[in-house]
Design a protein around this ligand. Structure first.
Ligand code: SF4
Length: 337
């Protein structure tokens, strides 16, 4: 049975945009708007969308590292959305994050042993006198050697630094890890090695991942399911294979067509997603995607589409998804936005 490790119920993360003289917000940046989503235990859920769509904020909000304006976050069945820092502490150890820039997320003045020891302090199963032994084991898990333990972050390559960040995430014995563009800054060959390591560790420790990326092409190899985000909202969730073969939302099709591969028929490179990314401080009315959508009709600018289930753990938000699906428009067309 597919058990949810994390369930989000209509969560919102809004930041004040500008304030009145009395300090009251005049408007809001709606980074996450009305997001409901479940993350199934043991899966790798992809979260994809253009830069600035709110996906990193959503990842941070799930870990309670970004403010939760409203809504409910359940982790292992517990409502953690309203807990303060003291009560969040045991949950924080179980939920970790690996960031895009490993160099920036490792303290340059600390040895790898110190960095790992700091994380091990959150793991109640490991006694302080075992930190050295445990740190060596963690390094081994990410294919680094014991002699690396007293070195400093700058003595490692970008790929090795990201391995150290993964080891640090594992130190707390987590159940859930958010990878926020964690492979985007790496060379392609190093990227493949880190992804292979992530998958290996996921199987070994039965981990659940949220893999955030702006690059849809990578999702097919990494993820079980993929959630597509646009202007603060999730607009489609599908199994990774289905999403690639048969997207249900016009924006997903546009993202897929924006993957920069040579088009053998035209000889051109696809890869440009046309139109402006909407401002999160002033998203379009109705369907947020309507100003860029080739299939919009009158209702699209007036009414926000409801969530329509397309499978047990998949859904889409588009007024005309059924019509587009029956016509096969989103499957075959290579037309970009
Ligand atoms: Fe396009 Fe309308 Fe569907 Fe939005 S609701 S994606 S504008 S067809």
């Amino acid at each position: 049975m597919n058990e949810s490790l994390i369930s989000l119920e209509q969560i919102n993360t809004w930041f004040p945009n500008n304030k009145s003289l009395l300090g009251k917000p005049r408007s809001w940046i709606k980074a996450v708007s009305d997001v409901s989503l479940n993350i199934i235990e043991g899966e790798c859920l992809g979260l994809v969308g253009e830069s600035g769509c709110g996906k990193s904020t959503l990842g941070r909000a799930i870990l309670r590292l970004a403010p939760l304006s409203s809504g409910e976050i359940r982790f292992m069945g517990d409502d953690i959305g309203k807990l303060d820092n003291k009560w969040l502490k045991p949950y924080r150890a179980k939920m970790q994050m690996v960031f895009q820039d490993p160099k920036a997320s490792l303290n340059p003045k600390m040895t790898i042993f110190k960095i790992l020891s700091e994380a091990l302090a959150l793991n109640l199963r490991v006694e302080k006198e075992n930190y050295l032994e445990q740190s060596v084991k963690l390094l081994d898990l990410v294919d680094l050697r014991p002699e690396h333990i007293y070195r400093y972050p700058h003595e490692f390559s970008g790929g090795q630094q990201q391995r150290i960040c993964i080891a640090r995430a594992l130190a707390t014995d987590p159940k859930f890890i958010v990878f926020d563009e964690a492979t985007s800054a790496l060379d392609v060959s190093v990227q493949a090695q880190v992804i292979s390591l992530m998958r290996e560790l996921q199987d070994k420790f039965n981990l659940t991942y949220l893999f955030i990326s702006h690059d849809l092409s990578i999702m097919e190899y990494v993820c079980t399911r993929v959630a597509v985000m646009y202007a603060g909202q999730i607009i489609e969730v599908q199994d990774a294979g289905s999403l690639f073969d048969a997207p249900r939302h016009p924006y997903t099709k546009a993202l897929k067509n924006a993957v920069p591969i040579a088009d053998p028929e035209s000889g051109k490179e696809l890869g440009i997603l046309k139109g402006e990314v909407p401002k999160l401080s002033d998203p379009p009315t109705g369907c947020h995607f309507h100003p860029r959508c080739n299939y919009k009709e009158d209702i699209c600018s007036k009414k926000s589409p409801l969530v329509c289930k397309t499978g047990e753990n998949s859904w889409v938000r588009c007024h005309f998804h059924e019509k587009l699906w029956k016509q096969g428009i989103l499957i075959n067309s290579k037309e970009s936005l």
